[in-house]
Ligand binder design. Structure first.
Ligand code: HPA
Ligand code: ZN
Length: 326
């Protein structure tokens, strides 16, 4: 079997995926038309040409602009359903999806519209595609603490649908400490916590996310490679990292995939997983991330099996559910 067939054959969980980042240019144009929204770009091709980034912020600017076409509950359903069909195609058996309510509530869309649309697609994926899922609500770290508290308040009505809270958007200038109190309240309310840390920010942000936000999993975390004490701690505690190689390449967190620390992190004994982050923007879903990493870093089939197994272990599924997938 080819490497790509081998990767396809591995049952995988995806643990780092922004639903707004799965908005393919074709659907973006369809929704713009359906909702009578004028786009800056004359065509799908012109939009795709704009997807060249030199850092996280340049990407985020286009990602938030793209999300403006999402208005009705059905739009959120369609967005999520297209991604879940992709999961089926790629043998992703379980997915833990981030959504960013503030991206929508800030422009007058109701929290209920967002979550009900996404949740209906997740339910349909369970029954029609056999794909299980969890929903993680992210706070936008470039917005203030008050906005995050208000968002947490809105989420309390949907505790049965949301398992964890996370932290995303512009990392530089927005350290974990800014959300220490919000995360404390979220934990009191029974949510698990995760956070993006060490994507563009320093290793100290990874350490602070663990210590101050009490996260059970780190999103990205690649800057940890700079700090051997932190590496030892993450290995000892088996705190998982949800690494996104093509995202790191496209946002220039690494200069080339050959220099990505993925394999080194594995060799240090960390619980590393491979994920797609924002596949519509970074040119690949989960299998393409596995394949590009394997080719650039010379990963063996045993390494790839380990990564797929790690994805199940690092998931928020119950132990019996994990057993079922391994
Ligand atoms: N980093 C931070 N925030 C994000 C990302 C990311 O890669 N994708 C969507 N929001
Ligand atoms: Zn992300």
């Amino acid at each position: 079997t080819t490497l790509s067939e081998f990767i396809h054959g591995l049952p995988k969980a995806e643990l780092h995926l922004h639903i707004e980042g799965t908005l393919e240019p074709e659907l973006l144009f369809q929704l713009a038309e359906r909702n009578h929204i004028q786009l800056k770009y004359p065509s799908v091709e012109a939009l795709k040409k704009a997807y060249k980034f030199s850092n996280l912020q340049e990407f985020l600017d286009l990602y938030y602009e793209g999300a403006n076409v999402l208005i009705e509950e059905q739009d959120f359903y369609d967005l999520a359903w297209d991604y879940l069909e992709k999961c089926k195609e790629q043998n992703v058996v379980h997915t833990e999806i981030f959504f960013d309510p503030q991206t929508h509530t800030e422009r007058g869309i109701l929290f209920a519209t967002v979550i009900n649309g996404i949740n209906r697609a997740l339910q349909d994926a369970r029954t029609k595609l056999g794909i299980s899922s969890k929903l993680i609500m992210c706070f936008l770290r470039h917005l203030d603490e008050a906005s995050a508290f208000q968002t947490l308040d809105e989420a309390l009505d949907y505790k049965d649908l949301i398992v964890a809270v996370g932290l995303d958007s512009s990392e530089k200038g927005n350290p974990p400490a800014k959300f220490e109190r919000v995360f404390a309240k979220a934990r009191e309310e029974g949510f698990l916590t995760v956070a993006h840390a060490g994507e563009e920010g320093p290793a100290s942000f990874v350490k602070d996310a663990v210590d101050l936000l009490k996260i059970i999993r780190i999103d990205h975390g690649i800057a940890a490679i700079q700090d051997e004490f932190l590496l030892a701690e993450l290995a000892q505690k088996q705190i998982p990292l949800t690494v996104c190689p093509l995202s790191n390449l496209e946002l220039r967190a690494v200069d080339q995939l050959e220099n990505h620390p993925l394999k080194k992190l594995m060799d240090h004994g960390l619980l590393v997983t491979v994920n797609s982050d924002d596949p519509a923007y970074f040119g690949g879903y989960v299998n393409e991330n596995y394949l590009a990493s394997a080719e650039a870093l010379g990963l063996s089939k045993a390494d790839l099996c380990q990564l797929a197994k790690n994805s199940v272990i690092a998931s928020l599924l119950s132990e019996p559910e994990k057993e079922h997938h391994i």
